[in-house]
Design a protein around this ligand. Sequence first.
Ligand SMILES: Nc1ncnc2c1ncn2[C@@H]1O[C@H](COP(=O)(O)OP(=O)(O)O)[C@@H](O)[C@H]1O
Ligand SMILES: [Mg+2]
Length: 315
Amino acid sequence: MKYSSLKDKKITVVCGWISREREVSLRSGKKIYEALLRKGYNAILVDPKEDGWEPVLKGDVVFIALHGKPGEDGTVQGFLETFNIPYTGSGVLASSLAMDKVASKKIFIASRIPTPRYLSLEDFRSIEEFILKSLEQIGLPLVVKPVSEGSSIGVSIVKDEKDLDGVVRDTIDKFDNIFIEEYIEGREITVGVLDIDGKLTALPILELVPKNEFYDYTAKYTAGMTEFVIPARMNEEKYKLAQEIALRAHKVLGCVGFSRVDLVTDRDDNPYVLEVNTIPGMTDLSDLPAMAKAYGIEYEDLVEIMLYSALKDKK
Ligand SMILES: Nc1ncnc2c1ncn2[C@@H]1O[C@H](COP(=O)(O)OP(=O)(O)O)[C@@H](O)[C@H]1O
Ligand SMILES: [Mg+2]
């Protein structure tokens, strides 16, 4: 541990940069920065696209508010390790594992954490064979996804066999590496995981009821497009199970400090993990602040708890 208190340290909030989630990241970063100032920290806000990395290297501690690739995927974490600068959240390995949904799923399956059945394009010799096996082994409806994106970018639900070929080819053109997943029909939930004074805690579950067909980019970042229900309307036993599964998903990937685990549930409320977000959104509309609030943690306090994850050992 490099420091015990961060009150007199120079905290650099890094946001924006060059990922597809740049805009959301700028919003997260600004909110985090303002919260740190309100808490009396010596913080600066840096967008490496505009300001370069120089200001980051001059600070003492980095609060990483980058979403998506690159930034959430271990690259910036590795860069900061090189300079021995402490940073918030998960380390290099957990960040890159969590960013790769197929790598995460392999670990979930090995750890007996329920996750929807899937097929990965890279395991097939041709797109035709991938499509054929998807229909045979997974069936419709199914979900086509990029292996490493966020904010529902590139995610499509295919219900009609005639659409599958076009959707698969379009998604490959845009993202290269893709996979398909069994469509789970039920609720969409997300569980915030937060290390509070050394105790890994699952926050109250947030249920998302999108007004669109699913929780797409617009639904995620437009006020009023999604109904938030806290706590999720699940039976008590399955609610606890979902929280426990979220904690396990966080742990098996080796995450540190905080994460937000996205799940879907079937009609009987059985939870399946979709992904672990190692740098969850921190905007006004974001899920993690809403879950923390339901637990009794205000935004500023959440930011402060997240900040101190910079002092923890990383994998
Ligand atoms: N297997 C699935 N079954 C049902 N809905 C899904 C499934 N996979 C994804 N979705 C929908 O797509 C959204 C985005 O998928 P997710 O895997 O969480 O990727 P992202 O990283 O883009 O958030 C989910 O929040 C959910 O609404
Ligand atoms: Mg998600």
